[in-house]
Design a protein around this ligand. Structure first.
Ligand SMILES: [Zn+2]
Length: 159
């Protein structure tokens, strides 16, 4: 049987198809991994954006663990508490930035305050940015433009 550490390492390779640069572990989607008898149980919380892709993510988790030698794999969903963008790890935030997506500010439940936090440009770091459109390519993204380097970019909205 695989160790928890090995299971986590395999989960690190599973991506959300919407943001392929960031793993489901970095997105903070994996609540727990456990072993019950011959079964590996992975419990995950869908992100807002992950939802349409959830089935794909679940089958990829199962396929990768089976491939690595797990006898049986089950995924369980944990819907409460709901996923929060605060759960994205620091490594995940760096990867979002590297793909030109401003990471959401950490809000610790103070969402209204988080929406007022200035958004730094992921390209040049300037805080001279302007909200252009509340909805980017997906519902969870807002479109900004940087007034320093003139680059438009998307922000992953805090939720
Ligand atoms: Zn800029």
């Amino acid at each position: 049987m695989m160790t928890a550490e090995e299971i986590w390492r395999i989960l690190e390779q599973v991506k959300d198809p919407e943001i392929p640069a960031v793993s489901v572990v970095e997105l903070g989607m994996i609540r727990s991994v456990g072993v019950e008898g011959d079964q590996i149980i992975v419990t995950l919380t869908p992100t807002f954006i992950g939802c349409p892709a959830l089935q794909m993510i679940q089958s990829e988790i199962e396929a990768r663990l089976l491939q690595a030698g797990a006898p049986e794999v089950r995924t369980r969903l944990s819907l409460s508490p709901a996923w929060s963008s605060d759960w994205i790890t620091s490594a995940g935030r760096d990867r979002l930035k590297a793909m030109g997506l401003a990471p959401p500010p950490r809000h610790e439940g103070q969402l209204e305050a988080a929406l007022l936090v200035e958004v730094n440009c992921p390209y040049c770091g300037s805080s001279k940015t302007e909200l252009k459109n509340d909805f980017g390519s997906t519902l969870c993204r807002a479109i900004y433009v940087c007034n320093a380097c003139r680059q438009p970019f998307e922000q992953f909205k805090p939720i």
